[in-house]
Design a protein around this ligand. Structure first.
Ligand SMILES: [Zn+2]
Length: 90
């Protein structure tokens, strides 16, 4: 069993807010322009897995602004956890 096993846990906190959380050591946040706020960020891999779509389809969702995607400080494309949660709950 890998110690790096990632947990993808979706917790509904209120009607309006759904947070996508990872285990503590993997928690990361970034600024999402579309949400105009700091959000949890999710890797493409985890986003695709969580939404049960392929990476290609996920990129199309980012393209059509259904899911917010932006580059982190390392220039890696990441997903806005907030938009992902909205998509998953809606
Ligand atoms: Zn966003």
């Amino acid at each position: 069993m890998s110690p790096k096993t990632k947990k993808f846990l979706i917790t509904s906190e209120t009607h309006e807010q759904t947070l996508v959380r990872f285990s503590k050591d993997l928690a990361a946040t970034g600024y999402c322009d579309r949400c105009s706020s700091t959000v949890n960020i999710v890797s493409l891999d985890n986003g695709a897995r969580g939404m049960k779509v392929g990476t290609r389809e996920l990129l199309a969702l980012i393209d059509s602004d259904v899911v917010h995607g932006f580059e982190n400080e390392d220039g890696i494309l990441v997903l806005c956890g907030q938009s992902l949660a909205l998509r998953l709950s809606g």
